[in-house]
Design a protein around this ligand. Structure first.
Ligand code: FES
Length: 146
């Protein structure tokens, strides 16, 4: 079996929604301290719905593929729904990732959450702070793949 699914290769080689968004409603930047990869996620929100999403990922192929898929999955969804997007759902949508690459998908989940938090902060929308952690997410998710 190939190490990477066709979908992973497709989203890595032809990433959707790459780029910068000048009129973003929320921007999330997250990084993985271990590998040094960085992901920046932009969302545009209208009436509580994510009408557009873009990303820039300075990282590995799996990080690019998962951020590409994550942007596709949150477009058209409400911000609350986007918050429930899990790295597992992104990995499933890509037909899987090798175990040692699961942490890359965690970066995509965290980038979406960070962008939503930024949107909430910028618009004075109240939220439960416990929904978002401020510390090193890579540390929390270290054992996600187990
Ligand atoms: Fe760092 Fe994939 S190796 S996100």
């Amino acid at each position: 079996m190939a190490l990477y699914s066709e979908k992973v290769m497709d989203h890595f080689q032809n990433p959707r929604n790459v780029g910068k968004m000048d009129d973003a409603s929320g921007i999330g930047v997250v990084g993985n301290a271990k590998c040094g990869d960085i992901m920046k996620m932009y969302i545009k929100v209208e009436n509580g719905i994510i009408v557009d999403a873009k990303f820039n990922t300075f990282g590995c192929g799996s990080a690019i593929a998962t951020s590409s898929m994550a942007t596709e999955m949150i477009k058209g969804k409400s911000v609350e729904e986007a918050l429930t997007l899990s790295n597992k759902a992104v990995v499933e949508a890509l037909d899987g990732l090798p175990v040692h690459k699961i942490h890359c998908s965690v970066l995509a989940e965290e980038a979406v959450r960070a962008a939503v938090k930024d949107y909430y902060d910028k618009n004075g929308i109240a939220y439960d702070k416990e929904q978002f952690c401020d510390h090193d997410c890579a540390h929390c998710h270290e054992h996600d793949h187990e």
